[in-house]
Design a protein around this ligand. Structure first.
Ligand SMILES: [Zn+2]
Length: 133
């Protein structure tokens, strides 16, 4: 675990959870619906990683609702966070990697579009559907 950059900061974003933040919004036990959503995210992220890591993409960038800045999450961190949520342990919150290279991160929407395009090319137009969105 890297040191918490917000340790001792009264505005520590981890002290209040934003419901619309992608991975740290779930407080308490997950409902069956939330578990399914997390499982689906996990499946998608593994697929995105398989497609994009060989191309040099290190992870996903997300606009943070709390501080209004972009954060960069490496694939293993995203997968660990989702797995932690499924296991109903306290999720590690707000853990951007240290000194990331923004060029090596893409948005979730980029991943979804990329995966859809690969899917389409592999299976032909009939298989096209908005599975990732
Ligand atoms: Zn933030």
């Amino acid at each position: 675990m890297p040191p918490d950059p917000f340790a001792g900061d009264p505005n520590d974003p981890a002290s209040f959870l934003e419901p619309d933040d992608l991975y740290d919004g779930v407080d308490g036990p997950l409902s069956a619906e939330e578990r399914d959503a997390v499982k689906e995210d996990l499946e998608n992220v593994r697929c995105f990683r398989r497609l994009l890591e060989p191309r040099g993409v290190r992870g996903i960038s997300m606009m943070c609702e709390e501080c209004g800045e972009e954060h960069f999450y490496d694939w293993p961190i995203i997968i660990a966070n989702l797995t932690t949520m499924l296991n109903e342990e306290a999720a590690p919150v707000h853990e951007p990697s240290a000194a990331p290279d923004p060029d090596r991160y893409v948005s979730w929407e980029y991943c979804a579009g990329y995966a859809d395009a690969v899917d389409w090319m592999n299976s032909g137009p009939r298989a096209f559907h908005r599975r990732w969105l």
